[in-house]
Design a protein around this ligand. Structure first.
Ligand code: 7TS
Length: 418
């Protein structure tokens, strides 16, 4: 049996985008005869070979159910799965692995908190505060909860640059505010939210804060303890890991007083027809057989990022962003949407009077993948007076050449459609 490729070497690589590109086999593809330029990373990132091989290795050699077998395969699968949990704990700076819950993704993570913490501790007349920047995943679960318990949603406004109005936040929160749900980075505009400051303001009023970190984890070094976030969640597939796996971090004192999310195997310590005792953390929140291969793959994805060094990754991606912003300022027909100085990963824009979908479709003919639409942020689009934008979003394997290809293709799009 081969040694599991679960542990990449710890030594740091020098950031070499061309070399990094080679770690992602899909980037060799041609689309409509043109080399693929993948700029839809906020939707999902591509996977490095190390992640693909780890999943392959798991199913070839160790596939088994976890936490219940006395046989070798089950022990190995359990070790790999719990090893992944520890990698995630270390990556986000949590205190204990018991605070790391595996879920399907960011969406399930928010629903979990809404339906456990929310159902238990939020009631009629209470208020939940979110922001104008939120993805539908951080709006709809709270609306459902509000309907169920008779609570009310309040929304922190933004300025025209796409930045949160902190002074307004201070006016919105009051004695009725029982929870705040806030994104770390906007998926539609790239705005980095001043989380530390917001969490501090919320905590001064004893309001717990749920952070949607889906767009932050791939770009920023996150430390949940430094942020003092009460909950922090993200999806594996946006950070070079597999789909169908994600993480909820919760402070232990919250997780302990929360009821379970789903009932079933593994989340119990004993069951009789009269009464069920729940398992200890984090298993209380992981009913049924989880996505074992997914968790292992996510652990390896984080190993991969660590070998690149997240600080170097952030600097490099910032350089790419600045380069792309500079190029866009040279293009008279291109209007950038969202002007926040603090931004990560994303540029939203509209080209002349063209519909974003048409732009995206023409770019695809040039092998360039971007997202066009409302980006699952319809209330934000409404606030900006738009129906849709084009969005390019960067990952560590993108290069200045990718940006050049994008702008060449945008120029051609103008010639064809303009
Ligand atoms: N939160 C944010 C900030 C997101 O950007 C997304 C997905 C989610 C939550 C939901 O993540 P999921 O993995 O559970 O689906 N954002 C996008 C996007 O921008 N384009 O496609 C998906």
């Amino acid at each position: 049996m081969k040694t599991p490729p679960y542990n990449l070497q710890e030594e740091k690589m020098v950031l070499d985008p061309e070399k990094i590109k080679k770690d992602f086999p899909i980037l060799n593809r041609k689309i409509h005869g043109k080399p693929l330029v993948y700029l839809d990373n906020a939707a999902t990132t591509q996977k490095p070979l190390a992640v693909i091989e780890a999943i392959h290795h798991y199913y070839l050699n160790e596939n088994s159910n976890i936490h219940r077998g006395v046989h070798t395969l089950s022990e190995q699968a359990t070790l790999a799965y719990e090893g992944a949990r520890e990698k995630i704990r270390a990556f986000i700076g949590a205190k204990e692995t018991s605070e790391i819950i595996f879920v399907r993704g960011a969406t399930e993570g928010i629903n979990l908190i809404a339906q456990t913490y929310g159902r238990k501790f939020i009631g009629s007349g209470d208020e939940i505060v979110i922001s104008t920047l939120e993805h539908h995943s951080n709006i709809v679960p709270w609306q459902i909860l509000c309907e169920q318990v008779g609570a009310k949603l309040r929304v922190i406004p933004i300025n025209d640059k796409g930045e949160l109005l902190i002074e307004d936040l201070k006016k919105i929160i009051n004695a009725k505010t029982k929870l705040m749900g806030i994104t770390h980075v906007s998926n539609a505009l790239g705005t980095i939210v001043p989380l530390k400051e917001i969490i501090k303001i919320a905590h001064e009023q004893n309001i717990p804060v749920v952070v949607d970190g889906a767009q932050a984890i791939p770009h920023l070094k996150v430390n949940v303890q430094e942020l003092d976030a009460d909950f922090y969640l993200f999806s594996g597939h946006k950070v070079y890991g597999p789909t169908g796996i994600g993480v909820v971090y919760g402070k232990k004192n919250f997780l302990e007083i929360m009821p379970p999310y789903q009932g079933g195997g593994d989340m119990i310590s004993s069951v009789t027809f009269e009464k069920t005792e729940y398992n200890i953390l984090p298993f209380k929140f992981e009913a049924g057989t989880p996505h074992i291969a997914g968790a292992i793959g996510l652990g390896v994805a984080l190993d991969y990022l660590k070998t690149l060094d997240l600080e170097k990754v952030a600097l490099y991606e910032n350089e790419l962003l600045s380069y792309a912003l500079e190029k866009s300022s040279e293009m008279a027909d291109l209007q950038i949407i969202g002007q926040s100085v603090d931004r990560a990963g994303v540029i939203s824009f509209n080209l002349a009077q063209l519909h974003a979908h048409d732009v995206g479709t023409v770019l695809d003919r040039h092998g360039i993948a971007i997202r066009a639409g409302h980006h699952c942020a319809m209330p934000l689009m409404k606030r900006l007076g738009l129906e849709a934008t084009c969005r390019v979003s960067f990952a560590v394997y993108n290069t200045k050449e990718d940006v050049d290809s994008l702008f060449k293709a945008l120029q051609k799009t103008l010639e064809v459609l303009g």
